[in-house]
Design a protein around this ligand. Sequence first.
Ligand SMILES: *Cc1c(COP(=O)(O)O)cnc(C)c1O
Length: 708
Amino acid sequence: MDKLFPKLQKLTQNLWWTWKPEVRTIFRDLDLELYHKAHQNPMSVLKQISTEELEQRAADVDVPARVDRALRQLHEYLTSVTTWGLTHAGAMRSRPIAYFCMEFGIHESLPIYSGGLGILAGDHLKAASDLGIPLVGVGLLYHEGYTSQVLDASLWQQDVVEPFDIADLPLVHTVDRHGEPVYVSVELPGRTVYAAVLEVQVGRIRLILLDTRVKRNDPRDVAIAARLYGGDQRMRMEQELLLGVGGARALRALGITASVFHLNEGHSAFALLERARYRIQMDGMDPHKALQEVAAATVFTTHTPVDAGHDRFPANLAAEHLRPLAEGLKLPLDEVMGLGRVNPHDHGSPFLPTVLALKLSRRANGVSALHGVVSRHMWNHLYPGLREEAVPIGHVTNGVHLPTWLATEMNHLYEAHLGVAYPSALTRPDTWMKIMSVSPAEIWETKQVLKARTIRFLREHCAITRTRLGLPEIDPPPLDPDALTIGFARRFVPYKRPDLLFTDLARLDRLVNHPERPVNLVFSGRAHPADNTGKALIQKVVQIIDHPRFRHRIVFIENYNIRVGRMLYQGIDAWLNTPQRPLEACGTSGMKVVLNGGLHISVRDGWWAEAYDGENGFAIGTGETHVDQAIQDRRDAEELFRVLEEEVIPLYYENRNAAGVPRCWVGRVKHSIRTLAWRFNADRMVQDYVRHLYVPAATSSSCQMPPD
Ligand SMILES: *Cc1c(COP(=O)(O)O)cnc(C)c1O
């Protein structure tokens, strides 16, 4: 027993456990209540559990044997030499990819993400780890953590800061060759800001996180990294400088010589200026040549088809902050400013990090085929003389990290039918072909287990919210366990149209309360703390669904995050996505649903535009768009109701066999898994990046570029 505690501790040190359900359940089984109170964080469970309880429970639930097994698996994982990366990413072995992102969504206990961008970055690291790709993540540690969404009595979203203890995370302060803790500094107007360089292990991958809680910092500089996307434009500019410039310096301080900088979204674009500055100052290189060299070794991924979604820093603010970098680059400030301007000679126009990233990267991409088209159109004016098709922005469609999002029961089903080694062959179509011979009953029964668990979770969540709001309990509890259950969860912003079904309440009433074919609807999602339009949308939806006709069938789940998401993706029957085309760059939540045996119902936007084949889910509309958005919204609402009434609901309720299994529905589920799972997973995504972007960028540049 003495040795058990250190072994458990060792398991918590690598975030590998975040995608190993069998490791997570060890901690859950030690103390269920504590586990949930501790946000499913094993480290904090270990800290809080008493020695007596640990000993007692460990014996009851076979913990020692499970821990030994997990540690052995972890060791094998970390030391394995037969990875895909070894044979495909050899060029980067001594010079990894540096992957910069403002947020990383790895697990709910590490509060450094807000939404889709962060989750994608987390999935990227995990897949790079599984594949053995030499890659280092670079981000910021937000020491104030998340705000959680809490509705007040008027159903208005309040953003409550959730305290968390950094000591509950397996973060370590990095040390240099001499064993000294590593810090970096970045010059800001009139001062220097410092950051401690921390790191956390994500499987085989190191994630470097900068922490501004350093004694030498003025309190207002500590605040720079207090919160993700917090503060005003000045704060935002300083955050981005810290991430880009500080991040590039952190890599150097750790002796990591990156081959390629991969900027996941434009927030980290200043890293490119810092990289060039270093070459110019240390190697006396010509500034323009240095910028070209940096561009050759950069991959830039843009995620934002909405114009207002790109940062725009006022000229004065940007100039004030870029002065030190311009001096280091030995370039006139005006020229450096020009790198972030659509028209470099338009003095006074704002500075866009996205423009900087596009000008300083030889390889850029959007995140779905359609988003590639949209991005080429959107940025065509940056490339005068080029036709739209020739704009150098390609695409790599996003994918999701299967082990993170897959329910244990689905994993068992796949192991049984696709073979236990299926996770190492996710990207092969023939792996998934085998799903076609699984009996419909087995898939259906597995799904019923997941659905029952999810509905229990949703009811509990609803009850907690209602109690807090002083609302009476719903009796019988909401959501019919046998009804078709459709989920919708994402950020509440007008272009995602969470209210599309609420445009015809009488029809919605008939739909959800149909006597033989009832429908449950589950909504979840937050608005940005500063976005009152989004908050008003939430209020509107929650008000409507509290109507006596709706409250048994439609629920709103507070505080959408990784955990709520996982429960939804695994347990619902179908997933709804209704963006205004083409504003959804990709969307990944539907992919998570498909892997868990649910069906996707979506506008042909983002990934669905390239994924839908007529039979592997449902499409709303044809993909044509009317120039008048109000007309388009009416059309899409009509089409959404029609698809639900004429396609989705009949498929779910009709053609049931004697055991109640809807054969056609399950047939469609199988077809959906077969045609989608091999493509829309993060292994395929990372492999695409390696083949088409990382290796070409690394080989076109690293031979000339000496170590930093
Ligand atoms: C997957 C995921 C997202 C991104 O999904 P979209 O389809 O892009 O909205 C956002 N939040 C959470 C918690 C997720 O798990």
